[in-house]
Design a protein around this ligand. Sequence first.
Ligand SMILES: [Fe+2]
Ligand SMILES: [Fe+2]
Length: 395
Amino acid sequence: MDDYSVSRDEKDVPEFLQYYNDRYDKMKKLLMRRSELRSATSVKRLERRSEGDQAAVIGMVKDKYSTSSGKYIVSIEDKTGTFKALVNEREGDKIIPDEMLGISGNMGGDIIYADSVIRPDLPIPDGVKTTKDEVKAAYISDLHIGSEDTLHDRLDRFADWLGTKDASDVGYLVMPGDVVEGVGVYPGQENELDVNDIYKQYEMFEEWIQKVPEDIQIIIGPGNHDIVRLAEPQPKLNENVLERATEYSNVHLVNNPQMVRLHGIRSKGIKNLMYHGHSFDEQIDAIKELRENAYEEPYRVMVDLLKRRHLAPTYGSNLLSPEAEDHLVIEEKPDVFVSGHLHSHSNYSYKGVNVINSSTFQAQTDFQKRVGHEPDPGKVTLVNFKNRNTEVKQF
Ligand SMILES: [Fe+2]
Ligand SMILES: [Fe+2]
């Protein structure tokens, strides 16, 4: 596991600066790998270019305004200054505050007429990583234990199935967050709780874990309903809320987000990027294309973020906590990118990455009824690491 420690101290201006510099430097490195940006220059040097010259620049989006023609004026900032670019409507719609991108086009005095917007994206895959052994990982999330809508029967049926011969090659159970429903997460939640003590909710989860065969390694990250702080990166669940379960050698608690290597040692293994998905709501809301379909097809927002190589590009979309390092940059290409949070399901492949949104075991809540969101519960995605074939089972 690529573990990291999460600081719990109060943050001040220097930490924010350090955090921004780290994000900037990491993202710039990723963008420089794009051939279109090899000749990118700094904003300061851009100012010396003459009208009509070709130019490319890398920077962070400071502002965006739409013009009367439907195009956008975007302010890009690097460490040497700020510059404006005129971007067409289609590209401009997708540009969001604080993201790092590249722009290439022609100089027009104090503005670049952009002909392309370049994102770091993932490289073209040169084959997919596999294991020698026939071993599968099962992906579930958003159990919301303690809610009156938790589908306990289906969860039990799934645990029973894990004990059957049919599931004998399942070696891993990956759960990216919202293990319990929590208490006081939103106004009026108390009326929809079955258990109103969060510690009891975790105890119920521990009882369920006992039903999972001991030879399956269970990897658990936190989500926005869990007991840890909301700001990301979220530290792993404290062992004292899962006292019994953490005594079992097959239970592993991880941060959110976290890159976890399964079925290998050190740099080997299948790289699983686990991220609960709290930033998805704001990301979907900010982009027209995503507003239209990302709640039904959650892979769309996940692929969008893979292209941007950041899990929460807009500051504030995940109540971010600035660490010395930005752990939300997708520095390394994962083999599997798994999230939950949206309570829908996706099993998609993008540039050799299995993009999984791992459903939920909670039926539609009253809140979801009010906002018109239809969950897609009880779906379990299985990835066979030997050949990277996938399968979805309905429980
Ligand atoms: Fe959830
Ligand atoms: Fe969530």
